[in-house]
Write a protein that binds this ligand. Structure first.
Ligand code: PMP
Length: 395
């Protein structure tokens, strides 16, 4: 009956993670999958989240509403937009709790497919691969706008702006506002303003995918692009708590749609609920309670914010450390990209062949595109990674 079913090639990054686990070498280093690990190489359990968990205990488990836990949704709104944002005071933001950032982008794609069909979807070149997959699953054709300038290891801003301006009016444009995956390079404030002007002028629909809030500069600064944009125009904002709460497996995220007025937001919320109902009916309770408890309590919220700062500071320190060690080993290898890029990822500029050499010879795992997850670096493994990087670069 299912003889015609084709094999799934697997997700390249998740498959690489499986190869890492199966690698018998003691000194192996995983810089492939996008998870934050601490100085000991462990997934942290944040103190704020543990405190929330202990406070919650276990009670009855009714369904959450389709749109999620009310305090969670309020927490998402305040965190993403800032409590005093005019769109919030005007009550024109429709927010739902989602199954991680993936679920948020997926529901955004479903919502747009139904209510704004037939448009072109533009994503950055390169981007998180699932941007293509989720919008295609919803029925869209995806295309790219230039983003990565390989020669300068920075943003090809001229190319990006030109492509957004040349795109058909009313296109859907997916933007990562901070800690771009996979390149680690972001737009500066002036570039964000210029992109906003073009999107607004062309009537494009912006879909912000913010998976790393707090890992760039701070929780508030990282949301500045989204906040300023939402003062100018309607947009969709997907956010994830996987990384900044270290709650990967709980599937915590949010989708907010900024609307023209409160009445429109009410109708949009209804359609988001319908999209959820048709897909998985309602989001998980534990995810909702944990995040709602932290975000809804002043003390836990402050503690969490400090814990996000600690994760970011450690990643920044590891970037510096690796750059120093690379420079100490070689005058030729360029390591400046490590400290100019930010967030969990760096595009190293290494070729697939060089990445393969690092993996096979040294057990240092990067993604084939040359993406390195800097969150996997520790004081202990940096010397090994630096040596492997320099040898691969010179090969
Ligand atoms: N968007 C981007 C840009 C990401 O990098 C990721 C995580 N890799 C996601 C969305 C998905 O987030 P989550 O794991 O919360 O589903």
């Amino acid at each position: 009956m299912f003889g015609q079913v084709e094999a799934f090639a697997g997700d390249p990054i998740l498959s690489l993670n499986d190869s890492f686990k199966a690698d018998p070498r003691d000194e192996k280093v995983n810089l492939s999958i996008g998870v934050y690990t601490d100085e000991k190489g462990r997934l942290p359990v944040l103190g704020s989240v543990r405190a929330a968990y202990e406070r919650l205990g276990f009670a009855e488990r009714p369904y959450l509403p389709m749109e999620g836990h009310p305090l969670y949704r309020e927490g998402v709104q305040k965190l993403v937009f800032g409590a005093a944002h005019p769109a919030l005071t005007d009550k024109r933001v429709a927010t739902i709790q989602t199954l991680g950032g993936t679920g948020a982008v997926g529901i955004a794609a479903d919502f747009l497919a139904k209510h704004c069909p037939g448009r072109t979807v533009l994503v950055s070149d390169p981007t998180w691969d699932n941007h293509h997959g989720l919008f295609q699953r919803a029925g869209f054709t995806t295309a790219t706008y230039p983003y990565w300038d390989r020669a300068n290891r920075s943003v090809d801003f001229t190319g990006m702006l030109k492509a957004l301006d040349a795109a058909e009016a009313g296109s859907i444009v997916v933007l990562q506002p901070v800690c771009h995956n996979p390149t680690g390079v972001d737009l500066d404030e002036a570039q964000q303003a210029a992109v906003t002007d073009v999107l607004v002028a062309k009537g494009h629909i912006a879909v912000f995918d913010m998976a790393y809030q707090g890992f760039g500069a701070s929780l508030d600064e990282d949301a500045a692009f989204v906040r300023r944009y939402a003062e100018r125009a309607s947009c969709l904002v997907a956010n994830s708590f996987s990384k900044n709460f270290s709650l990967y497996g709980e599937r915590c995220g949010g989708l907010s749609v900024v609307c023209r007025d409160a009445d429109e937001a009410e109708r949009v919320l209804g359609q988001l609920k319908l999209a959820v109902r048709r897909s998985y009916s309602s989001p998980p309770m534990m995810a909702g309670l944990l995040v709602a408890t932290v975000l809804g309590d002043e003390g836990l919220r402050a503690q969490w914010s400090r814990e996000v700062d600690e994760m970011r500071t450690r990643m920044d320190a590891m970037r510096k450390r690796l750059a120093e060690q690379i420079r100490a080993l070689s005058n030729e290898a360029d390591a400046s990209f490590l400290t100019s890029q930010r967030g969990m990822f760096s595009f190293t500029g290494l070729s697939e062949q060089q990445v393969t050499a690092m993996r096979e010879r040294d057990g240092v795992y990067l993604v084939g595109s040359g993406r390195m997850c800097v969150a996997g670096l520790t004081e202990a493994n940096v010397p090994k990674v630096a040596k492997s990087f320099v040898e691969a670069s010179q090969a």
